[in-house]
Design a binder for this molecule. Structure first.
Ligand code: THG
Length: 473
């Protein structure tokens, strides 16, 4: 009979992602009618329980999600959780679920929480809740703030227009709640906390590790993704992983971040490795190393189990690398929905039932089909779609390869103009594979290529950040 589920006193975004995934499973199993033959896959329809939920809850856009509130508890006044994650990065990890509210409870008293709520007001796109303790604990672990004093402190927040939901946590009594209710009677709720923006990211994509990484599609701010944490792309990394030298493998990741990568691509696909197990292990090592965990993770694998292993162990919002139409639309949509329910964005390769796209026409045709399926059938917001139209090797001596770089760049320009909100990426080092061993030539090719690709609208790329040269130099 509960109308709303409240996940509270949260201190680790990974736990909350797991809770949200569990809630979605329950919704699917118990509240949603089974898929009909005419609509393969998950056919959402509002449940009777949902319709009876009462008038205070507005139906959510797709009418199928169980209403959920999330409340975080911070470790100190700086506003990070126990895992060291700032609130905005935490919110990034869980915003894929259409939550009713996001906020703070426990932690500290109302005065100490106010600066954090003021910060939340800048980026939180749902309602804000706050139910503090009755002040800070005294030496005996008790709480001294009386009802009137606490109500006055909460009212300061409310009168700044920061709150939609208020209450009390440790040390508060029914008298505290009564006093807060009375003092907020005349206060207006935080404006613009409506349905808009639920589950979407707006004009930019924000992913996260410990910290939020915003890829703004309107500015030309190009994002580097480190390629070296890839057993197929670096002999050294492959050796360190196979020898179990995880600390040294982490150094490779840290070096890429120092050199400018804000996302790292992790790939464990090797016939000699249990890639799902290695992915889980490495992602957990990353979480425990602050010099690496601040970057967002791109989980790179051609094995679905390995991708899931990465997503189930990361506290931030990840990018899946990759899905494609190679096994047909049903499998594509199914995977996209699972990725969304685990809170990640996705790289979509220009690949379909007929194979890899190498020409401009095939690249753009596959991407428009994928865009339609993802936005219209899988409920993926465009900002969570990152198209990769295949950077292929040039200078191979084969005449058909000579347009590959130009067709990539032209297809990026076309996507940015025709598939609104979607982002673009590519693996730059592929371009120069014919020049293995000649790094000076490879670096020059990459910098010339990126100069034109970024102008055409390329938002991010998988690169060796230590090897990038500035074109103008
Ligand atoms: N698109 C997407 N994902 C990708 C790619 C892509 N993931 C893998 C790959 N392509 C991008 N990553 C790399 C990593 C390394 C190299 C190329 C691409 C590379 N490595 C050196 C070489 O082979 O010469 C290895 C040198 C060494 O061992 O140290 O070039 O396109 N979505």
């Amino acid at each position: 009979g509960a109308d709303i589920l409240l996940i509270e006193t949260c201190c680790d975004a990974l736990n909350v992602k797991a809770a949200l995934a569990g809630i979605q499973d329950i919704v699917r199993e118990r509240l949603v009618t089974p898929p009909s033959p005419s609509q393969p896959g998950w056919a959402p329809s509002p449940s009777r329980e949902w319709q009876n939920a009462g008038s205070i809850i507005q139906p959510l856009p797709d009418g199928t999600k169980l209403p959920v509130m999330i409340s975080v508890s911070v470790g100190d006044k700086s506003g990070t959780t126990l895992t060291g994650q700032p609130l905005e990065a935490f919110y990034t990890s869980i915003r894929h679920y259409p939550i009713i509210s996001f906020g703070l409870n426990c932690s500290l008293g109302a005065e100490e929480l106010m600066p954090l709520v003021e910060d939340m007001d800048k980026w939180c796109r749902c309602s804000i809740s706050c139910y503090p303790n009755a002040g800070l604990p005294n030496e005996m672990g008790g709480y001294d703030q009386g009802p009137e004093e606490m109500a006055a402190a909460v009212k300061v927040m409310a009168d700044k227009g920061l709150l939609n939901i208020a209450g009390g946590c440790c040390g508060t009594t029914p008298e505290h709640i009564k006093a807060i209710a009375a003092s907020l009677k005349e206060s207006a709720p935080r404006p613009s906390a409506g349905q808009e923006g639920y589950g979407t990211c707006g004009p930019s994509l924000t992913v996260s590790g410990l910290e939020a990484v915003t890829i703004d599609t309107r500015k030309n701010n190009f994002t580097n993704i480190g390629e070296r944490t890839n057993v197929a792309g670096s002999r050294k990394f492959a050796r360190l992983i196979s020898e179990g030298k995880y600390d040294e493998a982490l150094d490779i990741a840290a070096r890429q971040i120092e050199d400018g990568a804000s996302v790292i691509d992790i790939n464990m696909d090797d016939a000699m490795l249990d890639s799902a197990m290695e992915m889980e292990r490495f992602v957990r090592y990353v979480s425990n190393d602050p010099s690496v965990s601040k970057a967002a993770l791109m989980i790179d694998s051609s094995h679905w189990d390995t991708i899931l292993a990465g997503l189930k162990n990361a506290q931030g919002k990840c990018i899946v690398n990759s899905i494609s139409l190679k096994d047909g639309p049903d499998e594509f949509i199914r995977k996209a929905r699972v990725i969304k329910s685990l809170g990640a964005s996705m790289v979509v390769m220009a690949f379909d039932e007929e194979g890899q796209a190498t020409t401009f026409d095939r690249k753009t045709e596959i991407c428009s089909r994928a865009y339609r399926l993802l936005t219209e059938e899988a409920e993926i917001s465009p900002e969570d779609i990152i198209f990769d139209v295949n950077i292929l090797s040039i200078g191979t001596g084969i005449a058909e390869h000579s347009r590959y770089a130009i067709d990539f760049i032209d297809a990026v320009r076309w996507i940015k103009a025709n598939l609104p909100g979607a982002l673009t990426s590519g693996g730059v080092s592929n371009l120069s594979c014919a020049f293995r061993g000649n790094n000076a030539v490879r670096e020059a090719m990459h910098s010339a290529f990126l100069y034109h690709a970024v102008k055409a609208g390329l938002d991010m790329a998988i690169v060796n950040p230590s090897m990038l040269q500035v074109y103008d130099e």
